[in-house]
Ligand binder design. Sequence first.
Ligand code: ATP
Length: 449
Amino acid sequence: MKDKISKIVSLAKRRGFIFPSSEIYGGFESSYDFGPLGVEMKRNLKQLWWSEMIKNHDDIVGLDAAILMNPKVWQASGHLTAGFADTLVECKECHKRFKKEEIKNGSCPECGGKITKPRRFNLMMKTFAGPVQEKAATTYLRAETCQGIYMNFENVLNSARMKLPFGICQIGKAFRNEINPKNFIFRTREFEQMEMQWFCHPKTADKWFEFWKKERIRWYKDLGMKKENLRSKEIPAKERAHYAKKQVDIEYRFPFASPAGRRGWGEIEGIHNRGDWDLSNHSKHSGKDLRYFDEETKEKYFPHIIETSIGVERSIFAFLIDSYQEIKGGRTKTTKSTKEVEILLKLDKRIAPIKVAILPLIRNKPELVKIAKEVYKMLKPHFVCQYDEVGSIGRRYRRQDEVGTILCLTCDFQTLEDNTLTIRDRDTMKQKRVKIKDLVKALKEQLEN
Ligand code: ATP
């Protein structure tokens, strides 16, 4: 199974999904860059989440808050105190550090050496705002995007004339000085979050918690994530984040041991009932009354917050793993007799980075190449497309299957006679002929249904 991860890491680099950062300098621990295909996939996922929140639910609005904030925010939120820290131990022999929960039999998991007593390390990333470091204000790169939402609770409430219950959603970078970043893009120091904060009356918080839990699990299933690899897990009080009254993690079955030793299962999204922790603490620290006034009931209270929080990269990793298939002997007659292993990335149509590939049957027939390039030019404004003329047609189909391209169009000799071409479906490998003039409509239908 571990092998599967290295295959995906290698595919991600070879085909331009994910590269190690600053590779020519030997990389930079836990930093990754998204290549041409990765960035499309990432944008698709973010767009899908955004539409889900904004279009499919009433009373959710968006926000894009700054990464750098007044450091008092982090004081009030509890992130600068013991709340946001990992308990670590160090090996006295090899000096590697581990989270306390990673130690199974009292010794170093790597070299078996003796370990130190646990110590707490804060995860906030410190930086300086201002040109002269000594005089500059110390501030922090945000550790979660939601604090920007709480800072704007009143602004949004008043400007967008919202009434409880309502939600604010945001997508953006977050930074954590993780002591033990690992497992490719599963745990990194810089990552992106998609967070929605739902503000509601305290008495309705439990009901909304259940609602959002179901909604969020449905989203993954709807995007094709296999049921058996997905589960929700209620987190007991002693393991919860410092702000959470109730916490359910949506977990994916990763092919590696999870940090807490729960073999395979790792969190991709957290659903938290944050109670009034954030708004009441920010009221106390800032002196600004952030309570909500209900015009109808004349009641004044701190709304309770239900949060849904996903890591973009972590969910991309889960989708890559979930869709990766190896087919021994291949899927076609030409490969069946060989020992070839075909790779198929069966990503949902909406997540797949390339929707359409345009392939001339052979490249040494200028008329075919000319038509194929014209088709490519015609389709480019409508779909994310790729033109490929290198290698045999079978190889090119496989190259596209390997990155999850939904449809392959082939211009062949019949194209020269009747202006039709074939559309090949990634999953069924069935082909049908379509007139070039009807192509945009036909592709839209196939990609949207
Ligand atoms: P972890 O599993 O790393 O302990 P967490 O419980 O600290 O995660 P939350 O604070 O609930 O995570 O953050 C919400 C989501 O943000 C997580 O479900 C995960 O997808 C993502 N996330 C958190 N930390 C990281 C990280 N270091 N690298 C990548 N994604 C992360």
